[in-house]
Design a binder for this molecule. Structure first.
Ligand SMILES: C[S@@+](CC[C@H](N)C(=O)[O-])C[C@H]1O[C@@H](n2cnc3c(N)ncnc32)[C@H](O)[C@@H]1O
Length: 297
């Protein structure tokens, strides 16, 4: 791991091209061919999900209720089986610690940790991470390219086979140089796919600008995608409330069309990822963005 230095960047506020780039990609389709190794990995993930439900583990929660749990801090117990099958993604899971935390929190739902680094994934599920306990049976790790995995997962969502009530994107590489900004997830052609995938997406980062950009990019995409009659309301409301106040260090945008975007600093009681632990020990401020879209447009 590359130490716990704060992010240094030649960028002091939101990237000057953020809006232009996000708008462009909101109207285009990312066509890069999907790598064979990620197709193969995806088949394994599908197989894990299928077996998890066929083995009869407690049943798939109703996504609506799961979303309420996540937003309101409840649990996913006592919910009934419905189609589509609920699947949780932990994208860029690194050594997979967060996958275990999420899997324990939502034992009824298969949780797929995805990373491209074999070295990191090889550490997943080790006894230090699990405190000597068994790896939860709903946790699964797979080596894959996220930009491809997300498109394959969206096909399953569109086919009505999967729903993704929660999607963790914890501490992605920040790409802090302005010249590398289009490698940030929210300035990449795949961002609309990422938003379309999950009902609740939680991004965590130690770079405030990344969090603010991610929240603003989500607002822009939704303001383009929602039906015309609702556009003015949402655009006005979210643009205004997303104006960030450095004094209260948090902002929230909510509209009455089922979209909620929260951007705030937070202090995890106990770290859930290797990077989170490093940053906390270094007393860095951590940021999270929670995007909840209860309706697809
Ligand atoms: C900064 S690390 C954070 C890891 C973990 N979430 C944590 O908090 O400890 C970012 C991770 O994302 C993975 N990653 C970055 N881009 C990726 C991509 N396009 N596909 C798959 N994994 C990717 C890296 O391999 C790395 O493990």
């Amino acid at each position: 791991m590359s130490g716990a230095n704060s992010v240094t960047s030649n960028q002091e506020t939101l990237h000057k091209d953020l809006e232009k780039v996000v708008r462009k990609y909101a109207r285009t389709t990312f066509l890069r061919p999907i790598a064979d190794h990620t197709r193969e990995a995806f088949v394994k993930a599908e197989e894990f999900v299928r077996k998890f439900y066929e083995d009869g583990r407690k049943g798939a929660p109703v996504p609506e209720q799961v979303r309420d749990d996540i937003v309101c801090g409840g649990t996913s117990e006592n919910v009934a089986r419905t189609a589509p099958r609920a699947v949780i993604l932990d994208s860029g899971c690194g050594t997979g610690e967060s996958t275990i935390h999420i899997a324990r929190k939502y034992p009824n739902i298969p949780v797929i940790g995805i990373d491209k680094s074999c070295d990191r994934l090889n550490k997943a599920g080790n006894p230090v991470q699990t405190s000597g306990e068994e790896v939860p049976p709903n946790a699964f790790w797979i080596r894959a390219e996220l930009l491809d995995f997300w498109r394959l997962a969206l096909d399953r969502v569109k086919a009505g086979e999967w729903s993704i009530p929660y999607h963790a994107v914890y501490y992605p590489n920040p790409w802090p140089k302005q010249s590398e900004a289009t490698r940030r997830f929210h300035m990449h052609p795949t961002f609309p796919t990422l938003l379309a995938l999950g009902e609740t997406i939680e991004l965590r980062t130690n770079w405030e600008i990344y969090a603010r950009e991610f929240a603003e990019a989500a607002r822009i995409v939704y303001s383009i995608q929602i039906p015309d009659q609702a556009r003015n309301d949402v655009q006005g409301l979210t643009a205004r409330t997303l104006e960030f106040s450095l004094e209260n260090r948090s902002c929230q945008a909510r509209d009455d069309k089922g979209i909620k975007i929260t951007c705030e600093s937070f202090n995890p009681v106990s770290p859930e990822t290797a990077f989170e632990r490093k940053y906390k020990e270094a007393r860095q401020t951590l940021w999270r963005v929670i995007v909840t879209a209860s309706r697809q447009f």
